[in-house]
Design a protein around this ligand. Sequence first.
Ligand code: DGL
Length: 269
Amino acid sequence: MSATVGGPEQAIGIFDSGFGGLTVARAIMDQLPYEDIIYVGDSARAPYGEKTVAEVREFALECLDALVEQGVKMLVVACNSASAAVMADARERYPVPVVEVIRPAARRAAGATRSGQVGVICTEATATSGAYGDALAVVGGVRLTTQACPRFVEFVENGITGGAELLEVARGYLAPVQAAGVDTLILGCTHYPLLTGILSYVLGDEVTLVSSAEECAKQTWATLTELDLLHTSPRETHHRFLTTGSVDQFQILGQRLVGDWITDVAQLT
Ligand code: DGL
């Protein structure tokens, strides 16, 4: 890596397979309002959730390399499928700290559960990787039910977060999770925080929902604080978004998903 190793003035680099990681970017902006962000979305090759772990790993490392070349002070792997594929080696590969979504969410779920029955809903790639199971095994005393929910990404990207069809699909996906008696459910995919309403409606108040986006943002805050890299007083910020796909589509979909602060979008070359 020929990158300048990050100083406090540099941006946080956030990577996702496409648009969904904007939920993580938003959580980071809420918790760390004085930080600049450079976001890379590999929209041209998304969705990652249907790819093999080896493919996801190759694409993810390419994008993370590109982010480091931009000069960032830390890397955030916002995509659960990519976190599952690169969490073992990204920390060794890069000269800046790396935070991913899986371990922070697993720790929070282990802390929140009373019954020891935890569920995770995610893409096929994340389910196949077994990464949440591995992360929870380190904590111990937790039984995990994993449920892939491939259609959720498609609904969210079409702007659908409610309605009869989605409700029926959600009930089908969540039935095994309910049958297992989970009291804590990890939203193990970038898009799922946008489905909190419907998930909570189906599962009821007795099930605690753990957002991997929120937990990742907390870990980002903690890591920057420990390394003395956090901006702690008000300053003007600037956020840049780079996509491997269509710039217009990124901006339109990004604004639809998380809001009109998605403005400075460019092609990742
Ligand atoms: N970002 C992906 C994840 O969190 C979901 C979208 C995709 O499949 O690319 O797993």
